[in-house]
Design a protein around this ligand. Structure first.
Ligand code: SF4
Length: 492
């Protein structure tokens, strides 16, 4: 028996489907927290008081039979030609059955048509007369009060949204236009599972959106590429072709076949220049803007699909931790941190305002996409502190900027410029490899255990690991900043 996720994998890449079938599944840990029983809330929105409620492992005939006597079928399991689907809500009307999909996001787009079409194909194969198709989704403007209100939390739409966030295409029309018979696909899936070997064919789908989890397995040679290999060229459409032709190093690149970004330019110049390229003028100009005391700031946060606390909206985030390292002009360094659980938003805000000096530059890594947004969100949720928070916002500078604009490139970066990568270049510095938490999402997963007061875990140990990880981020920023300064000073 197959599920829609299998069809999606097969359509993305037969080898991905084949590997996923035979390899150990990865433990599931969602990037977004969804603690509430979302189906129960949606039932309230739809006014469902009496229904047939399906369950995992149900015979497919159960839901079909239940349709004879029930107005609502919730989580009904249906099957056709070995494909099994779960339909969130089916509602009997005089004109036929209305299908309600549940989208735990703000604006459903038509980018998951394999899911909608596969579900509807199975219903059609079961000769269910479909009258209309709706999607229940979160209302991004809903602000939670003391209690969660499902009637305001959800919206019901008959249309997919476009990239500008406006309703654009009727869902039923779009799905029926794209509906295909899945028999050949399912037969193809059967056939591929009988094979002992499936070839990999490199394709855009290997890295598009989310890099395929089997990438390193399919292309193990890329793990061992030289630091200045042409394969490290960023955002390059033709690097594999050039490599195939024997252009092995960045400096061998065919200039007519690169996109011409500043990062690519920096990479090629570094390869021509014994491994390091520095645009001294740009870097010096950037450093001159930074004033002491310099506060290096990093937040860790949780993202909630459904707002858990008053004043929050769907998909709002809750910063639960920050670390700051303060570098003074005389070279001394101070460290401060905060780590809270549950609704610690106010404590985070008040401690942060107190901990950061009233003057000097605040530096964060990828500040535009993270710390700046967090400060703005906090200002909106705590208007009484908005002035102080927006003052911090106005002093924020992004340490990633010199790397984004290609002002600095060391071939050992191999096309990446995360703090972890940069720290690995620094001699005599202990880096992330010595920590128990190695990346941001691991910190969030650990914090969830702390926040849920899980008796099975050692909260003190988790606290220590979280503080070490967040502190490493701000410490790494100090090290990288000093390195950038040294590059300019060496030149002078
Ligand atoms: S890395 Fe590419 S070829 Fe390999 S399984 Fe993934 S999508 Fe398929």
């Amino acid at each position: 028996m197959y599920h829609i996720s299998d069809v999606k994998k097969y359509l993305r890449c037969p080898k991905l489907f084949w590997l996923s079938h035979y390899e150990e599944p990865l433990p599931f840990n969602s990037f977004v927290r969804l603690d509430e029983a979302v189906t129960t809330l949606a039932c309230e929105k739809l006014g469902i008081t009496d229904c047939f409620l399906g369950a995992r492992g149900d015979e497919a005939s159960l839901a079909l039979k239940a349709m004879e006597n029930n107005e609502w079928i919730v989580k009904g399991r249906f099957e056709a030609k070995q494909l099994r689907v779960k339909i969130p809500f089916l509602h009997k009307t005089e004109q036929g059955w209305d299908v309600y999909f549940l989208f735990c996001g703000n604006r459903p787009k038509d980018d998951d048509m394999n899911f909608y079409c596969s579900s509807i194909w199975v219903l059609e194969e079961n000769e269910i007369d479909i009258h209309n198709i709706y999607i229940l989704h979160f209302d991004e403007n809903y602000v939670r009060g003391d209690e969660l209100d499902p009637h305001q939390l959800f919206q019901i739409t008959e249309e997919f949204f476009n990239d500008k966030g406006n309703p654009s295409k009727n869902i039923k029309d779009t799905v029926f236009k794209r509906l295909r018979n899945l028999e050949d696909t399912l037969n193809g899936m059967d056939e591929i599972l009988k094979r002992d070997v499936v070839e990999c064919t490199r394709q855009n789908k290997c890295t598009k959106k989310n890099k395929c989890r089997f990438y390193d397995k399919c292309f193990p040679n890329e793990l061992e590429v030289d630091a200045d290999s042409i394969l490290t060229l960023v955002s390059s459409q033709h690097k594999y072709a050039m490599h195939h032709e024997g252009r092995l190093k960045l400096k061998d690149v065919d200039l007519d076949r690169i996109e011409g970004s500043r990062q690519q330019f920096a990479q090629i110049r570094a390869s021509q220049n014994d491994g390091l390229y520095v645009d001294y003028y740009s870097l010096k100009t950037w450093i001159e803007e930074i004033k002491y005391p310099i506060t290096f700031l990093d937040f860790e946060w949780e993202t909630y699909a459904i707002p858990p606390f008053k004043g929050m909206k769907p998909y709002d985030v809750l910063p639960f931790e920050y670390s700051i390292h303060i570098l003074h002009e005389d070279g001394t360094i101070e460290h401060k941190e905060y780590l809270g659980t549950r609704d610690c938003r106010r404590h985070v805000v008040e401690n942060l305002i107190q901990d950061i000096p009233n003057e000097g530059t605040i530096v964060a890594y990828n500040a535009e996409g993270a710390e700046k947004i967090r400060l703005k969100e906090m200002a909106a949720q705590f208007p009484e502190h908005a002035k102080d928070l927006m003052n911090l916002y106005s002093r924020l500078v992004d340490l990633a900027f010199p790397f984004v604009i290609g002002a600095v490139y060391d071939v050992r970066m191999r096309g990446y410029y995360s703090l972890k990568v940069l720290m690995s270049l620094m001699e005599n510095q202990s880096g992330y490899q010595d920590l128990d938490i190695h990346q941001g999402m691991d910190a969030v997963f650990q914090w969830r255990l702390l926040d849920r007061e899980d008796d099975e875990v050692d909260s003190e140990e988790i606290r220590t690991h979280l503080i070490e990880y967040c502190s490493m981020d701000t410490y790494a920023m100090v090290v990288v900043y000093k390195w950038l300064m040294s590059l300019v000073h060496e030149r002078i």
